[in-house]
Ligand binder design. Structure first.
Ligand SMILES: *[C@@H]1O[C@H](CO)[C@@H](O)[C@H](O)[C@H]1NC(C)=O
Ligand SMILES: *[C@@H]1O[C@H](CO)[C@@H](O)[C@H](O)[C@H]1NC(C)=O
Length: 349
C-alpha cells in the first residue's frame, strides 16, 4: 500500500492543478456605462466623449483613449489582476481585431444605462445593442478559434456589468418620461427587471461567471455636490440612500438567480462601501481632495467641458478621488478594483 501512496498523491495533485488552470478566467467581457467604456464612444455620434486631452494624461504614453479618467479604468485593473492583460480594448476600435478581443473586450458605452430612455438622451449605445455586438463577437470568436475552443473561452470568461448611475441622474431625475410613469421604487424594480433579463440572456448564450456591479455613492459625485452648494456642498444624502436601496435590490437579484440557474456563478460587486471609506477617510488612502475633481474647477466639468486649456486642472491627479466631476481617477479605480478582486471576485481566482 505504502508503495503506491506517493504516486497516487502526485497524480491527484496534478489533476487538481489541471482543473485549477482550466478553471482560470481567460478573458474579461464588459458591458455598461462610462465606468467601464474603454473607447467605444469614440466611434459613436454623441457629445459624451473623452478622447482628447487632458483625459488619459497618466495612461501609458499619456494618450487619451476614450476612457473617462486620467488613466486606466476599473476593468483594466481587474484584467491585470487576473493575469490577463493590463487593459481591456473597446470593441468598436478598429485598431484591434479578434486576436486581441479573444482575451477581453468592452462593449460598454458612456452615458448608457439599463433603460433605453437613458441611452437615448445622448444617443449612445443602449444595453440591448451592446448585447447585439456581443453576439457578433461570439460569431467572430467561433470563426477564429473554432466552435469548441470558443465555447470554452465564453463559458470561462468573466462577464462584468456596470451600469445604473445614469438611469437615475441623467434620466429619472432629469426627464419627465419615466418620472411621470413610475414612482422611484417602481423605476428601480423596472431597472432590476432589465438587469435580470440581460443576465439571463448572457447565461443562455453560454456565460457562467458574471459580476454585477452596484452603484457608488452617487450623491458624493462632485457634479451632484455642486448642486448642493447652498447646503455647504456636502454629499446629497437622498441620492446615497437611493444607491444603497438599489444595491439591495441588485443583491437580492443575484442571490435569487444563483439559486434558480444551474451552473451560474453570479457575484455582486458592490463598490459602495470602499468608495464611502475613501470619501470619508481620504488621507488613509493618500488622497487630499474628495469634494472637487482634478479637471477644471472640479465642480461640473466632464467630457468636452474638461479640456486641456482649462487653467484650473490640477497637477497631480493622485491626490484626487475624482478625475472629472463624474468619474474617478486612475488611482481610485485601482483601489476599488483591488477591493473587488479580494472580495466579490475572489471566487474566480
Ligand atoms: C490582428 O492583428 C494583428 C496585428 O495587429 C495580426 O498579427 C493578426 O493576424 C490579426 N488577426 C486577425 C485574425 O486578423
Ligand atoms: C429597448 O429597445 C429594444 C429595441 O427596440 C427593445 O427590443 C427592448 O425591448 C427595449 N427594452 C425595454 C426594457 O423596453
Amino acid at each position: 500500500m505504502a508503495k503506491h501512496a506517493i504516486p497516487l498523491l502526485i497524480l491527484i495533485r496534478t489533476m487538481l492543478e489541471i482543473l485549477r488552470i482550466s478553471a482560470a478566467v481567460p478573458s474579461i467581457i464588459v458591458f455598461g456605462d462610462s465606468s467601464v467604456d474603454s473607447g467605444n464612444n469614440n466611434y459613436v455620434s454623441t457629445i459624451v466623449k473623452s478622447n482628447f486631452e487632458p483625459y488619459g494624461r497618466d495612461y501609458k504614453d499619456g494618450r487619451p483613449t476614450g476612457r473617462f479618467s486620467n488613466g486606466r479604468i476599473f476593468t483594466d485593473f481587474i484584467s491585470e489582476a487576473f493575469g490577463i492583460k493590463p487593459t481591456v480594448p473597446a470593441y468598436l476600435d478598429p485598431t484591434y481585431n479578434i486576436t486581441e478581443f479573444t482575451t477581453g473586450v468592452s462593449f460598454a458605452s458612456a452615458g448608457s444605462g439599463y433603460d433605453n430612455v437613458t441611452s437615448d438622451v445622448f444617443s449612445v449605445i443602449p444595453l440591448w445593442k451592446e448585447l447585439k455586438y456581443y453576439k457578433e463577437y461570439q460569431w467572430q470568436l467561433k470563426n477564429y478559434l473554432g466552435k469548441k475552443e470558443a465555447e470554452r473561452f465564453l463559458s470561462e470568461a468573466l462577464y462584468m456589468i456596470s451600469s445604473g448611475t445614469n438611469d437615475f441622474v441623467e434620466n429619472y431625475y432629469m426627464l419627465p418620461v419615466r418620472a411621470s410613469e413610475y414612482s422611484i421604487e417602481e423605476f428601480q424594480n423596472f431597472l432590476v427587471g432589465i438587469a435580470r433579463s440581460f443576465i439571463m440572456e448572457l447565461y443562455q448564450l453560454g456565460g457562467r461567471k458574471i459580476s454585477l456591479a452596484g452603484l457608488p455613492p452617487i450623491g458624493c459625485l462632485p457634479m451632484e455636490r455642486n448642486t448642493n452648494l447652498m447646503l455647504g456642498g456636502g454629499c446629497i444624502e437622498s441620492y446615497n440612500s437611493l444607491a444603497k436601496e438599489f444595491n439591495q435590490k441588485l443583491q437580492a437579484l443575484v442571490e435569487k438567480l444563483n439559486k434558480e440557474q444551474v451552473g451560474i456563478q453570479l457575484v455582486f460587486s458592490n463598490s459602495y462601501g470602499i468608495f464611502s471609506d475613501i470619501i470619508q477617510n481620504p488621507n488613509a488612502f493618500g488622497f487630499e481632495n474628495t469634494a472637487t475633481a482634478c479637471c477644471g474647477t472640479g465642480t461640473f466639468e466632464m467630457s468636452y467641458a474638461c479640456d486641456r486649456y482649462n487653467p484650473f486642472t490640477c497637477k497631480d491627479a493622485n491626490k484626487y478621488v475624482f478625475w472629472d466631476a463624474f468619474h474617478a481617477t486612475q488611482k481610485t479605480n485601482g483601489i476599488v478594483a483591488d477591493h473587488a478582486v479580494k472580495n466579490s471576485l475572489a471566487v474566480f481566482r
